[in-house]
Design a protein around this ligand. Structure first.
Ligand code: SF4
Length: 463
């Protein structure tokens, strides 16, 4: 543009989209291959075609050498150029080393404190990208599946700048990234990754080509903490707890995983460690591209062991999602019963929110899984969503009757017994007192046969 080339003629810039007029010549680029997806008009008529488009888009956006995507859109042709490759260490360091003011835009000056700014003011981003590929998350669409990590020197330089800020009190709120523990992780043999189309490197299992060593990150935390003006650095970004379980993360040295977990628990959290198993039902987890809930149990065992050994008294806080595609009320009842059994009263939960550019949202809208093109049900109505969400709060007084009725109706009194045993305990203590079915029994209130109650009942009858 500085040379005076008109903006409208820039059509081969990577990571940009251009609408070509009818009959307009397609710009050539010998390094790019092309792929055409179902047209906009077809998608409006056919949700399955719309869903199948997503598979192409996701695979291309996760490839190192993506194809150029075309879609007929009315009279015009939409052309989406391939993305830029993952930044090298030198490039990402260069971008973070630019002379940022680290201040909000001056237009906010008169508005007083900005909560979002206060939260990130003393946080440091150590890498970009996420290879998790969770089906409800859009990070890999924004930042890519491959991780671009900063050098330790670049991170330490930024930490040093932060310590010089006027109101720095010695605390860093986060040393993180899209997922906290993916720093420096990449394929062992790059040429295998070059051809890979997998949307996730860790689902359904961890790819044997992925280097999942946590050593560089543990060393980075220690180097940050060694700064004389840093009293404590927190890890505020989400930690992939499954990657800390040797049975799941078979690529890494278990000692390294324990060293990282211990480092985080002893030095980088205050009181609570938040992790996100997201669900307990394995079919739902599979669709979420998350590992089996078994690994959360295994992580909890390790967490409890370190907690006890180091006398930390930390709390483990798990996050869960309700109303995700493929999640049925019964899955939520199971979730409530299983987490109760583990001693949790859930707080950190949310109902599924459709987010553009995610597999889960394509399923939510179209009813089809983009990869299998099989139908998948998603709870959509306000009532369905509210009901699923209610199971998280089984322990609240106002939800007990509803849960009791709901589980009775679907014949899952086994779950009711697990979830609200006190509501059915009288039945267990007095077998043979009634010939009702178990389901009837839990809605039936036994009355005391004491003489005092008998006279009360008679008085009432007379009245
Ligand atoms: S080959 Fe393995 S590590 Fe490389 S991109 Fe594919 S899944 Fe990830």
């Amino acid at each position: 543009m500085q040379k005076g080339v008109p903006f409208s003629s820039l059509k081969t810039i990577k990571q940009t989209a251009v609408l070509l007029n009818e009959g307009e010549k397609i710009p050539k680029n010998k390094n790019w291959q092309d792929v055409e997806i179902a047209s906009h008009a077809t998608c409006l008529k056919d949700k399955k075609a719309y869903a199948s488009n997503f598979k192409v888009i996701e695979q291309e956006s996760n490839k190192l050498y993506a194809r150029r995507i075309f879609q007929q859109t009315g009279e015009k042709l939409l052309m989406i150029n391939p993305p830029y490759p993952t930044m090298t260490e030198k490039e990402i360091d260069g971008s973070f080393d630019l002379p940022y003011t680290r201040m909000p835009h001056p237009k906010y000056n008169k508005r007083g404190p900005i909560p979002a700014y206060e939260m990130i003011k003393f946080s440091v981003n150590v890498h970009r990208g996420c290879f998790g590929g969770c089906s409800f998350c859009t990070i890999s669409a924004h930042q890519g599946k491959f991780i671009a990590s900063r050098s330790q020197e670049s991170v330490l330089k930024e930490v040093d700048e932060l310590t010089k800020m006027e109101d720095f009190k010695g605390y860093l709120s986060d040393i993180g990234g899209p997922s906290a523990n993916m720093y420096q992780m990449k394929g062992k043999v790059q040429s295998i990754c070059d051809k890979c189309v997998a949307p996730s490197c860790i689902s359904p299992v961890i790819c044997s080509n992925l280097d999942t060593s946590h050593k560089p990150l543990t060393e980075l935390y220690q180097a940050v903490d060694a700064h004389p003006k840093v009293k404590k650095s927190f890890i505020g970004s989400g930690i992939r707890h499954d990657m800390l379980v040797p049975e799941f993360n078979k690529n890494a040295d278990p000692k390294e995983l324990d060293a990282y977990t211990e480092e985080v628990m002893t030095k980088h959290v205050s009181g609570r460690l938040k992790v996100a198993p997201e669900h307990t039902s394995d079919p739902v987890l599979k669709l979420m591209r998350k590992p089996s809930f078994t690994y959360f149990h295994k992580f909890k065992d390790r967490f409890d062991k370190i907690n006890k050994k180091k006398k930390l008294n930390l709390q483990l806080i798990p996050y869960f999602i309700s109303s995700h595609p493929a999640c049925e009320p019964e899955d939520m009842a199971n979730l409530a019963a299983e987490t109760k059994d583990m001693g949790f009263q859930l707080e950190q939960v949310q109902d599924f929110t459709p987010t553009p550019m995610t597999v889960a949202t394509v399923i939510y809208y179209s009813g089809y899984h983009p990869y299998t093109l099989k139908e998948v049900n998603t709870p959509k109505t306000k009532q369905e969503k509210l009901e699923q969400h209610k199971f998280f709060f089984w322990y609240k007084k106002e939800n007990r009757k509803w849960i009791k009725d709901k589980l009775t109706k679907v014949g899952r009194t086994d779950l009711l017994t697990k979830l609200l045993p006190e509501d059915v305990s009288w039945r267990k203590n007095k077998p043979g007192k009634t010939k009702n079915t178990f389901d009837d029994a839990i809605t039936f209130k036994p009355r005391s046969k004491s003489p005092r109650n008998k006279s009360r009942r008679l008085k009432k009858k007379r009245r």
